[in-house]
Design a protein. Structure first.
Length: 190
């Protein structure tokens, strides 16, 4: 068996595992098609939730690494890319990894330290809010009421006024945040 065939077989096996994992929570093999539709939509919700949370986590982790660079001199692109050790490194890790410094706090600190621009700060704060909606709401594909308006008028998960359950809106979200991530990554390697 060639290496290419082995890899393709591994891809198929992994995708079967993903489908099986999804079907553990939201099976789509019921006799009632309405139940299957409900579970298929729940799988889609899980995928959107995962994408938003992963994107926000990647951004927050990049901020953590930038703080390590600024405060401890950590340079992953150098000849000796080992993360700093010692009391100061432990104290910074405690702040960054235990929740004592929230994502909001990290964004503010990054803005103050000019690690991100004002525009990047605003965009990342919107991403933080989306992440929080994904983390704190079970049902995401729902309409919500606006203040002083009795009729629901917008979706819970919107980005730039677009429903994130539309693939084009998800792609737009990724294309908007990709350059911010790369900008931070460039600063980390500089």
């Amino acid at each position: 068996m060639t290496d290419k065939n082995r890899i393709e077989r591994e891809i198929r096996r992994t995708l079967r595992e993903v489908a099986r994992i999804q079907s553990l929570i939201h099976p789509v093999n019921d006799k009632d098609p309405r139940t299957n539709l409900l579970n298929a939509r729940a799988q889609r919700e899980d995928a959107v939730r995962g994408l938003v949370i992963q994107l926000a986590t990647a951004m927050e982790d990049m901020l953590d690494e930038l703080f390590r660079r600024i405060f401890l001199g950590y340079r992953p692109g150098s000849r000796n890319p080992k993360r700093p050790r010692g009391k100061l490194a432990d104290e910074l890790d405690e702040l960054l990894e235990t929740g004592k410094l929230t994502f909001d706090g990290k964004l503010r600190l990054a803005r103050i330290g000019r690690l991100i621009t004002k525009g990047q700060y605003k965009k990342l704060d919107k991403l933080r809010a989306l992440r929080n909606k994904c983390a704190h709401n079970w049902n995401l594909d729902v309409l919500v009421k606006r203040a002083r308006n009795p009729r629901p008028s917008k979706r819970l998960l919107e980005h730039n006024g677009r429903n994130l359950f539309e693939i084009d809106a998800l792609e737009e979200l990724l294309f908007e945040y990709g350059p911010i991530y790369m900008s931070m990554f460039g600063k980390l390697l500089a």
